[in-house]
Design a protein around this ligand. Sequence first.
Ligand code: AMP
Ligand code: MG
Length: 310
Amino acid sequence: MKNIHSNIEKAKKYLTNNNVVAIPTETVYGLAGNAYSNKAVKKIFSLKKRSLKNPLIVHYYSISDLKQDCIINEAFNKLFRKFCPGPLTFVLNKKKNSRLSKYVNANKKTIAIRFPKNKITQSLLSKLNFPLAAPSANISSKLSSVTATDVKDEFGNKIKLILNGGKTKIGLESTIVDLTDKISILRPGGITIEQLEAVLHCKIKLKKLSKNIKSPGQLGLHYSPGIPVRLNANYPKKNEAFLQFSEKAKNKNNYFTLSKSGNMREAAKNLFSILRLIKKKGYSSIAVGRIPSHGLGLAINDRLKKASNR
Ligand code: AMP
Ligand code: MG
């Protein structure tokens, strides 16, 4: 514990000097920098090899901090009370006098923000006088990191510090809800559409891809393990790994199971680490069986669909 306190202090020092550190959250690890600093934000983009057109999510400690930069509304208040801190990202209108770096949101009028639920990162945020821009800690288009080791595998010694918070609880990115227009989901994630609908008492649509895309991260290959992924398969081909939702087929060493008992939360938590493991074992491709699409299954299927794009 003592170690983590001194590492939080170290992280504070690095971040205050416009450096980038990796932070644990309940969803996936983040690559964090001072969201008010052009220099720090540009470092994040360059480390991730991310297009400057793809905006980042800004992480806050409290609503009062958020109000310096964003305009909130009634739907925000309702969802905040129910789900925050937690795996829900809001797209809000940015205040004109906000100090946020223009690079953080690709110079748009809107900004994606959230309140992470992880003790280490909350403690760090509470000690800073700026919010943290933090996209997932992975090279663009690759798998997100769910352990400190994954982050190390992605970036080697290119980042000075990884705050180790163990394996992330949820294992999938946050749900992104756009509150600046007709309420819609831009990315399914850790909070389900059903949960959001129950609080807002209305139907919420998952935004389909369009040219006028609000989340460029939705386009093309994403969440890729680095080998081809084939969906809705019944069996693996030769040299293929088979990823199944629950344990239907046993005792085959190229079979990998998201959750033996078919538990959706467990499946979500295991998704990225199992995909990483399959790649490490040297398989040339991955066949994926059918995965139910209710609840968190929608987010799991979304990630696998994007991982299968070519
Ligand atoms: P990641 O940083 O990997 O968690 O991805 C963040 C996602 O949030 C990307 O898909 C971005 O396109 C999306 N995003 C960030 N800011 C905005 C915004 N202002 N409007 C819409 N989507 C956003
Ligand atoms: Mg990402």
